[in-house]
Design a protein around this ligand. Structure first.
Ligand SMILES: Nc1ncnc2c1ncn2[C@@H]1O[C@H](COP(=O)(O)OP(=O)(O)OP(=O)(O)O)[C@@H](O)[C@H]1O
Ligand SMILES: [Mg+2]
Length: 263
């Protein structure tokens, strides 16, 4: 594949093996791919296919067993833990399924936490600007427990955006949200890729969520199993069915709902 220097993240022959000897699990096997600046990519595949492992290796949360990961121009597969921590703090944002907000802190304090951990102060007006961007300008002094799930996830996105990272990695960010909140979060993510050139890499099980991305990468058994550009929920669901990903009834119902005409 063609790999240009406009890539925010580039993985070359990345393998990840957990455990040793008889207990070895090959979670990723020689994965080569790239994520261009300002692009929004969804990663899909059956449970256990290596999606979270790929995200963690690409984000410097875990080291590959072999291969190279170039993040924002930095080779991270050879960095030590201190260098990785610095890079993650400065150049990467994370959004998880479970929001991971600190309950005793207000919305504003949660959002500024990554900066304060790095000994920095937000530029004047920047916090309000980011909170406006995620539609929570009026809620800055509330605590997470006073917000809906969708609002909490938008706080987590504001926290990811505050450092103006090169890449935002999201692992099933809509996994615990209702349809409407999920749509808000996805619109926000795709909007930030389009308007501010943020690179977004999102793991999801949901073909509707994946349809918001510019491109979908499919994984099966730790290997790349194809990609789709300008995906629709239908084309994604069809590909996932072929990969044998929709094995249980919930997934089938979801694929059915997609075919029933949801976005
Ligand atoms: N810390 C670990 N130790 C051993 N094996 C692991 C570890 N983490 C993941 N694995 C294995 O690696 C493989 C890929 O796991 P991974 O979590 O990346 O899958 P996934 O595609 O994110 O699955 P899911 O959709 O269920 O979240 C699985 O077989 C898993 O059991
Ligand atoms: Mg996972």
């Amino acid at each position: 594949m063609e790999i240009g220097n406009t890539d925010a993240v580039r993985l070359t022959d990345v393998s990840k093996v957990y455990g040793r000897r008889a207990n070895q699990v090959v979670a990723l096997e020689e994965v080569t791919t790239a994520f261009g600046r300002g692009t929004f990519t969804a990663i899909m595949g059956p449970s256990g296919s290596g999606k979270s492992t790929l995200l963690q290796c690409a984000a410097g949360l875990d080291q590959p067993t072999s291969g190279s990961v170039l993040l924002d121009g930095h080779e991270i597969s050879t960095m030590d833990e201190t260098e990785l921590t610095m890079l993650r703090r400065e150049r990467i944002g994370f959004v998880f399924q479970s929001f991971n907000l600190l309950p005793v802190l207000t919305v504003r304090q949660n959002v500024t936490l990554p900066l304060r951990l790095g000994g920095r102060k937000p530029a004047r007006g920047r916090v309000s600007q980011v909170l406006e961007q995620v539609g929570l300008g009026q809620r800055s002094n509330h605590r997470p427990a006073e917000l809906s799930g969708g609002q909490q996830q938008r706080v987590a996105i504001a926290r990811a955006l505050i450092t103006d990272p090169a890449v935002i990695f999201a692992d099933e960010p809509t996994g615990s949200l209702d349809t409407r909140s999920a749509r808000d979060v996805l619109t926000l993510l795709s909007g930030s890729a389009r308007s501010t050139g943020q690179t977004i890499v999102m793991v999801t099980h949901d073909p509707v969520a994946a349809s918001y991305a510019d491109r979908v990468l499919f994984l099966a058994d730790g290997r790349l199993a194809g990609e789709l550009h300008s995906p629709t929920a239908e084309s994604v669901a069809e590909r996932m069915t072929r990969l044998g990903a929709f094995a249980d009834e919930d997934d089938l119902a979801r694929a059915g709902a997609v075919r029933g005409g949801q976005r």
